[in-house]
Design a protein around this ligand. Structure first.
Ligand code: NIG
Ligand code: FE
Length: 410
């Protein structure tokens, strides 16, 4: 397949860039004007400018006036969930906070109840629909977490569903075990017993069936303490699951330091971050993954992206698609929020949503850029005047075509 006459081809990697783009590196987005990309089988064979466009047997796509980018790498979602929670949405309009709803047994526990009552077939059907939807927004690599099961059986149900999605869909998927998302009601007065269930029953079964790539914990006052988080991370590491941790959504409690200490691939949310935590991240390879559609939806404050990038850190952007704090898997909207609310430039936002997103899933070698030998995951936009038009026209659907592993999907 040849895509030609591309108005501008972004995120080209003619010479290798850093594995994680940090600080000022995030401002650079290499591009070629009037370009072509040659795809053979599932990989990018070559790319260049129209003066030396090859003649290729097979399909040709004319991208006159259109932009081409690598597909989005959404490194944080909870896409396998059952039903919805618009009742809590209305409660928040009436001034209850997200944390208050969680304390009343709503929130994650509400979704867990629904999921436990949903069959694996139904869960797969709902989740597959969502996956199809996000591919349409231009996502080509995604992470999906468990965490709405909270029993051995239901956590396995989610992880097995993710496993089936991996087989059914052309999108690349990484899977994360988040049994430590909330303390189930039955363990309200015996937290230690639930943590023991995670460590002694859930983890061994997950490892045996090879159902997860990462371990996650919701480290927060309404969820798990730093000490509990560390215990669970250490147990996960014993099974080869590296940590990607929910932390600093509402409180600075030391979750970043604990995650970095255990070599976390990423720390996610970071709506609140202090100087000490920024220093700690600076001396690490842990990526700061920001999820701006969560604070948008629950009306909270946004993560200090400018401060993090200006301190020289590597920032990734992801959707956090879930039924409670972010019922949306729309990466283009996340990019708009990053520009409008986090004051990231379009170039920084695109780097955060491609290269750094791929790095946050340890797939940087195959995904996140247009480079020779990379997996051909390519997004073709509709006719647009410039790159800035993408985040500027928030809410518009500007994705014309999505190519995953060399195949036209949308
Ligand atoms: O990333 N913060 C923890 N977990 C999810 C939301 C959970 C829910 O409300 O269902 C998040 O925002
Ligand atoms: Fe999340």
């Amino acid at each position: 397949m040849l895509i030609k006459n591309i108005k501008e081809l972004f995120q080209v990697e003619s010479t290798p860039r850093a594995d994680i783009l940090r600080g000022t590196e995030m401002a650079e987005l290499p591009s070629l004007k009037n370009a072509w990309v040659w795809v053979e089988n599932e990989r990018i064979k070559d790319f260049g400018t129209m003066e030396n466009c090859p003649v290729v047997a097979g399909e040709t796509i004319d991208a006159t006036d259109k932009m081409v980018l690598p597909t989005w790498c959404d490194s944080h979602t909870h896409l396998v969930f059952a039903g919805s929670r618009e009742g809590e949405f209305v409660d928040r309009i009436k001034r209850l906070t997200y944390e208050e709803i969680a304390r009343r047994g709503g929130g994650i526990l509400n979704s867990a109840k629904r999921l436990q009552a949903t069959s694996e077939e139904d869960l797969l059907e709902q989740s597959y629909q969502r996956l199809q939807e996000v591919i349409g927004y231009g996502t080509g690599l995604i992470e999906i977490k468990s965490g709405y099961g909270l029993t051995v059986e239901s956590e396995l149900k989610i992880l097995r569903t993710i496993q089936k999605l991996k087989k059914l869909s052309p999108i690349e998927i990484k899977s994360t075990f988040l049994g430590a998302h909330a303390i189930p009601l039955a363990y309200k007065n015996n937290r230690a017993a639930y943590i023991q269930l995670i460590i002694e029953e859930m983890l061994p079964k997950i490892a045996e069936e090879n159902l997860a790539d990462y371990i996650d914990v919701f480290c927060e006052k309404v969820a798990f303490s730093v000490a509990e988080t560390e215990r669970i991370i250490e147990a996960g590491l014993k099974y080869g699951l590296k940590p990607k941790i929910h932390t600093n959504q509402f409180n600075c409690m030391g979750g970043i330091q604990a995650s970095v200490k255990h070599g976390a691939i990423s720390v996610d949310h970071l709506e609140v971050v202090n100087e000490e935590e920024i220093e700690c991240l600076k001396n690490s390879n842990t990526i700061a993954t920001l999820l701006p559609s969560a604070p948008f939806f629950i009306n909270d404050h946004y993560p200090p992206a400018r401060k993090l990038i200006d301190a020289g850190l590597g920032v990734a952007l992801a959707t956090d698609f879930n039924p409670g704090s972010t019922p949306s898997g729309r990466m283009p909207f996340v990019l708009s929020l990053a520009c409008i609310k986090l004051r990231m430039t379009p170039e920084e936002a695109i780097n955060a949503a491609t290269i750094n997103g791929a790095a946050a899933l340890e797939l940087r070698h195959d995904y996140g850029s247009i480079g020779i030998g990379k997996i051909a995951n390519i997004l073709i936009t509709k006719k647009i005047p410039s790159l800035g038009y993408l985040p500027y026209s928030f809410g518009s659907d500007l994705v014309e075509e999505v190519i995953l592993k060399g195949q036209k999907i949308v």
